[in-house]
Design a protein around this ligand. Structure first.
Ligand code: M6R
Length: 366
């Protein structure tokens, strides 16, 4: 039942505060991650992890790409991320004490499942899945599962599965960081508090719906869109580009903003909308110079930022100024207004938002 919503996708976007609350429920104890709630033997396994290999497809792969930044910065373990259909068909070297993590909404994605089966024969220390469906094949066949609890996701375009996957990933990172002595108690408390504040912050992002709807009109006649970000916002840009392609059929690409000069700058003209995710952080000055490169070539800029980033609207330059949120959870937060952008563009285009052409919700064949 869609309730007051026009589409399941819209409903699922607006459900994210509750979905994230459900994902956190029982997984926090006295300001720390309740590691036992991940799995009874999770502490024993996670304390031995020296490397993480993430395998997934589509949006779940993009969540893995965000998590890679966290594994190396928060948990202090090396991390690789690979598309399941590539991982399963190449020769790979398994590193010592390596944890395999599959990420999946459905738990039935054929390539991801094949990658898990292969990894189990390839010397991985343990195989974990972060998955939304408790009864799925991935959950059954993994050594342990960390369920996302997003609730049923019907829209083919994944929304709340992605943000709850990232929520699980932050909990997992805090747990591994503590177990390996790479994270202080204070740092762990900060991550937990940021996660607890996140549902209300996402509510405050949803308030921008109307403003984003107005912005979306600029995109409807365009044939291409470029999304830019740095650090964790590069995979957030990837996820936003995937969302736009999938439901509006507008060709969209994401680039790490630092790659602009290495090719995509040649595409910039007044017909090319460029969406930049640019909250205030250590990389903002770098992102600002990338924005200038686009501006100088007449590109149409749409910048999602916070008030501390100091952007203002001007010719060919529109901003969505969101509230300032904790840096650690900000990638999850910024996902939401960008989901709304794709949703509204698709509405104007008149596509079948919940069931885009040629796509299936669960890709059970390769
Ligand atoms: O169920 P999974 O998370 O394993 O599915 C993976 C992809 O098929 C899925 O994320 C797909 O890319 C979505 N339609 C994206 O919105």
């Amino acid at each position: 039942d869609k309730g007051p919503y026009r589409h399941y996708m819209q409903k699922e976007i607006f459900e994210q505060p509750v979905a994230i609350m459900n994902t956190l429920d029982g997984r926090i104890k006295e300001g720390k991650v309740n590691i036992e709630a991940i799995a009874p033997n999770a502490a024993e396994i996670l304390s031995k992890v020296e490397h993480v290999q993430i395998v997934a497809c589509g949006t779940s792969y993009n969540a893995g790409m965000v998590a890679r930044y966290w594994f190396e910065a928060i948990a202090g373990v090396s991390c690789d991320v690979e598309i399941a259909s590539e991982f399963r068909y190449r020769k790979f070297v398994t590193r010592p004490n390596s944890l395999l993590i599959t990420l999946s909404q459905s738990g039935e994605t054929a390539d991801t499942l094949a990658a898990l089966r292969l990894a189990k024969e390839s010397g991985y220390m343990s195989a974990m899945t972060i998955c939304n469906v408790a009864s799925s094949s991935l959950v059954r066949e993994s050594d342990f599962a960390f369920l996302t609890r997003a609730g049923v996701e019907i829209g083919v375009a994944s929304t709340k599965a992605f943000t709850t996957q990232l929520t699980c990933m932050l909990l997992l990172n805090a747990a591994i960081g503590r177990l390996k002595g790479n994270l202080s108690e204070e740092q762990e408390h900060h991550i937990i508090q940021s996660l607890q504040r996140l549902p209300a912050q996402i509510e405050s992002a949803l308030v921008f719906d109307k403003q984003i709807e107005t912005l979306s009109e600029d995109f409807a006649e365009k044939h291409h869109t470029l999304f830019l970000g740095r650090g964790e916002y590069y995979p957030i840009a990837m996820e936003s580009a995937l969302k736009l392609k999938e439901i509006s059929y507008i060709h969209a690409e994401a680039y790490a903003a630092g790659e602009l000069k290495h090719g995509p700058l040649a595409l910039i003209d007044s017909e090319m909308p460029v969406v930049v995710v640019a909250p205030e952080n250590d990389l903002l000055e770098k992102v600002k110079s990338n924005i200038e490169e686009v501006r100088a070539r007449g590109g149409q800029l749409y910048v999602f930022a916070d008030s501390d980033a100091g952007f203002e609207d001007s010719d060919n330059f529109k901003t969505i100024v969101l509230p300032k949120v904790d840096e650690v959870t900000a990638p999850i937060f910024y996902t939401v207004p960008l989901q709304l952008l794709s949703y509204h563009i698709a509405l104007i285009k008149g596509t079948d938002v919940d069931q885009p052409r040629n796509l299936a919700k669960a890709v059970t064949v390769e």
